[in-house]
Design a binder for this molecule. Structure first.
Ligand code: N01
Length: 549
């Protein structure tokens, strides 16, 4: 589409109004005084917390840590009611941030980008939206998210289902009641597990269709303890520093080097302690080698299986729920409240759809491969996302010389620092593929990436340049480094994991997350900046030298 001559050219177009988009608008508009417009397909702010409003949706990093750190007054004044807050409260928080920093006036809601095209001559991006509107901007900052494109339902016949169908990743805004209804849920990742615990409480009958059992462990939620809150807020900046210097972006300090360096009793004591303290402590704060050494991993995997057997009354159901054959942590570990106890209720059944897969959705329910049918009034799809690359590819991005991002990424994502891609100038992918993103505490990962972006744009302006773009060589090296780091972990051993893209049929199986940890990643970014944006090429608008190189 040819942009209308009246289309204003902005300094920056921000995609999304979740944690990333909101902070990007604030940083670029309020602190750098740039002309910024943001768009979001949703009707309001919230990003992932706008769409994922299924029963039980809740954060699984403590809210005191899973929140913005950029404004001291904000973090002092905002009060979380629980240790791990539920979705409505996080949405309130993001609404509060939008109002407090006057962000809404820069955001066009109910606006989905359908294409994003770079103009080589003018060095500008043109975005077209689903309404046919165009926006032109020098820079695009994508806060489109990592887990924002739900995986398309893979079941034939789904449109013929006579009952109600809901997706956890795109839950309706109206109340959904389960009382007296026969509910089926497919998927037991973090979303399915949270939803099962809640839906089980009210459904007439709940059938959980499980393909791969998960290693879910207790979240350990509780109301906020005012004394603990006061202690945390007394030195919030120290907590944030400790978070930023931790692999996962939380201020945990108790990890011991190796599960194999201690005897079984001591190991059990550590596991028990982290289990009881909840959150990601078992995963990230028990022993440092569980993600790297299969024998170490076996010890924690067996520990969790033992805990599941203790909690589930029926031994056959317990065995089905106990994961086997893949290492703990190679699929993203879910955190739960009373998930395993749900299977002790008379109104909840577990059905193994690994040995007997879903064949089709039929008008009255779900038919399995052996011909058995399960009748449902409501079907919930908790089947996950086209993670990390999906949200970017959905924007139909075309860079220099007509290069399509979809073609550039045919064999998996290629980025420099998980932030930019060669051939796609001035396109910043906040928490993009091959950055620590979801293996870091997201609000902090977002702040780091937005701060990098803001500084890069300022640096360009100071030098009288307009365009920043990674070199192909820097990109190749980063991709190779990302793959090499992943190979040193157990992650590639997972049968299906969105970390590797292997949950989506046909998607290239590649590490989508940088596994070197947030501190190492931040150090690399700092070195790149200190060396004058090493690996990037800076140029004036309209310079086609790189395109022709
Ligand atoms: O998605 P998932 P999710 N037939 O991909 C099953 C974040 N999150 O939405 O494992 C049958 O983890 C699939 O089975 P299998 C968090 O980062 C955070 O739950 O492929 N089953 C699996 O069981 C999380 O990791 C929170 O064999 C099928 C499930 O669907 C990420 O979002 C809460 C199937 C998908 O699990 C994604 O979690 C929620 C099929 N054809 C989410 N296709 C917090 O707590 C898929 N499945 C902050």
């Amino acid at each position: 589409m040819v942009p209308s001559t009246t289309t204003p050219t902005r300094d920056a177009l921000v995609v999304g109004a979740g944690f990333a988009g909101l902070y990007a608008v604030h940083a670029l508009r309020n602190t750098q005084h740039l002309d910024v417009i943001a768009v979001d397909a949703a009707g309001d702010v919230g990003g992932t917390w706008y769409w994922n409003r299924y029963p039980g949706a809740r954060v699984d990093i403590e809210s005191v840590h899973y929140s913005y750190s950029f404004d001291e007054d904000l973090q002092q004044e905002w009060r979380w009611s629980e240790r791990f807050c539920a979705q409505p409260e996080i949405l309130d928080y993001l609404g509060h941030v939008a109002d407090r920093f006057d962000l809404r006036r820069s955001i066009r809601f109910n606006t989905r980008i359908t294409s994003l095209t770079w103009d080589d001559d003018e060095s500008l991006w043109t975005a077209t939206t689903h309404t046919g509107e165009t926006h032109r901007a020098r820079h695009v900052i994508s806060g489109a998210g990592t887990l924002s494109v739900p995986k398309k339902p893979e079941f034939t016949g789904i449109s013929d289902f006579a009952g109600e169908v809901y997706m956890t990743g795109n839950w309706p805004h109206h109340e959904v009641g389960f009382e007296g209804k026969r509910v089926g849920i497919i998927g037991v990742g973090s979303s399915g597990i949270q939803a099962v615990s809640e839906i089980a409480k009210t459904a007439g009958h709940l059938t959980v269709l499980q393909r791969t059992p998960n290693y879910a462990t207790p979240i350990g939620n509780a109301p906020t303890d005012p004394e603990q809150e006061a202690a945390e807020k007394a030195d919030y900046s120290a907590i944030r520093d400790a978070s930023r210097n931790h692999f996962l972006g939380v201020p945990y300090t108790d990890a011991q080097p190796s599960a194999l360096a201690v005897g079984p009793d001591e190991r059990r004591e550590v596991f028990d302690d982290r289990w009881n303290r909840g959150g990601f402590r078992l995963f990230i704060d028990s022993f440092g080698d569980i993600l790297f050494d299969k024998d170490a991993n076996d010890t924690i995997a067996e520990y969790i299986r033992g805990r599941i057997r203790e909690r589930v009354s029926d031994p056959a159901t317990a065995e089905l729920l106990a994961p086997q054959g893949y290492p703990y942590g190679t699929k993203r570990p879910p955190l739960e409240t009373d998930y395993y106890e749900a299977f002790n209720r008379p109104n909840v059944d577990l059905v193994d759809v690994k040995s007997n897969p879903v064949d089709a959705v039929v008008p009255q329910g779900v038919r399995l491969a052996d011909g058995t049918e399960h009748a449902f009034d409501v079907l919930v799809l908790a089947t996950g996302f086209d993670a990390c690359t999906g949200p970017l590819l959905a924007m139909n991005i075309t860079g220099r010389d007509g290069l399509r991002l979809a073609d550039h990424w045919t064999d998996g994502p290629q980025t420099y620092l998980g932030l930019m891609a060669a051939g796609f100038p001035n396109l910043f992918m906040i928490t993009g593929p091959q950055s620590p993103s979801v293996l870091y505490n997201m609000p902090l990962a977002i702040e780091d990436h937005v701060d990098f972006t803001t500084a890069a744009i300022r640096y360009l302006h100071e030098r009288g340049e307009d365009v920043i773009e990674p070199t192909s060589e820097a990109e190749r090296e980063w991709v190779a480094h990302t793959n090499e780091v992943a190979r040193a972990t157990l992650l590639p051993d997972s049968p299906t994991s969105w970390y590797m893209g292997s949950n989506v049929p046909g998607k290239p199986r590649r590490p989508l997350v940088y596994l070197g940890g947030a501190p190492a990643y931040r150090a690399t970014c700092d070195e790149v900046v200190a060396a004058g944006y090493e690996g990037f090429r800076l140029s004036p608008a309209g310079d086609r030298a790189l395109a022709q190189a």
